[in-house]
Design a protein around this ligand. Sequence first.
Ligand code: ADP
Length: 365
Amino acid sequence: RKCIGVMTSGGDAQGMNGAVRAVVRSSIARGCRVFGIHEGYEGLLHPELIKEMDWISVRGWLSVGGTSIGTARCKDFYERPGRLIAARNLVKAGIDALIVIGGDGSLTGADKFRSEWPGLLSELVEKGELTEAETAPVQHLNIVGMVGSIDNDMAMTDATIGCYSSLQRICEAVDNIDSTALSHQRAFVIEVMGRHCGWLALMAGVSTGADFVFIPEKPFKDNWQEKMKEIIMKHRSLGKRKTIVIVAEGAHDESLNKITPEHVKTLLSNDLKLDTRITTLGHVQRGGLPSAYDRMLATLQGVEAVQAVLDATPETPSPVISITENKICRQPLMDAVAATQSVAVAIKNKDFDKAMSLRDAEFAE
Ligand code: ADP
């Protein structure tokens, strides 16, 4: 009988609870035992944070934002000694499969953990912390990833759990700002999340009809100031009574100089004489109810994640559950992580064409 551990790790996202609910109920329906590992990888280091879950324990979770089993960033899990403790606790709990819901960092950690298995177990037996009898039934650790991230920053999947709820939150905020901006003919500079990924900023721009959008993958040339002013003046000359500029957190120019909302505001106020305000949306973007799409995605992917655990053989590389052209699929986890990380590297190397081409398929969608 399989014994599955489910955890949420890294930044929280709406829909994570729905994913945990689907994993728990699908596991039980398929005859598995299932444990919630609380507070991300911290939970693997502390046995009291590993708790068996039943059907009723996730009642009502589909519509609850955030993650009720908690998430955290865990320093100790980066180092082998931390992962050794994690291995011991998993074996003691009888867990032989782990479904990790998180971003690329969390999934990298999970795959590293699996790659050290069963070496970690032999070491624990040598140290006398586990017996051969305890480790014999768990010679293989199955890892399955699910992507929870408001940024939609994972390669090889069209949407991450949380991104559409977050986009919805941003749209609602911009709509609210719109009415006051219109009344006073004001300009608003709105900062949204996205250090390496401009999906939220770009799609918020498309969805609200913003005047100008700054994203990390495709910076404007160094004369972006003139370009922005020209476009905004053109819109104003057509009778537009408000101006909305959306700036992703990680926005910069071609020389990687950060473009801040304050910088944009100064240009709009001083050069264009627009009454300009800044709104930083911050954690509002992570909050609130999961959208219908995220509930559906989390549920379908949670069911698939459990199926992937049941299908796994020692030879199968760890999968991550994706949605690709509207179908729930499995992708090789480390390929998806590597492709994701190569976007950040391309940006750092100022290879923006590469950054965009790596993103193109997702942005085109
Ligand atoms: P995200 O999953 O949202 O990308 P982080 O990168 O902060 O967030 O990762 C969350 C946690 O996953 C970290 O605090 C750490 O415990 C674990 N982790 C991340 N990267 C690694 C790694 N390379 N090796 C081991 N553990 C990792």
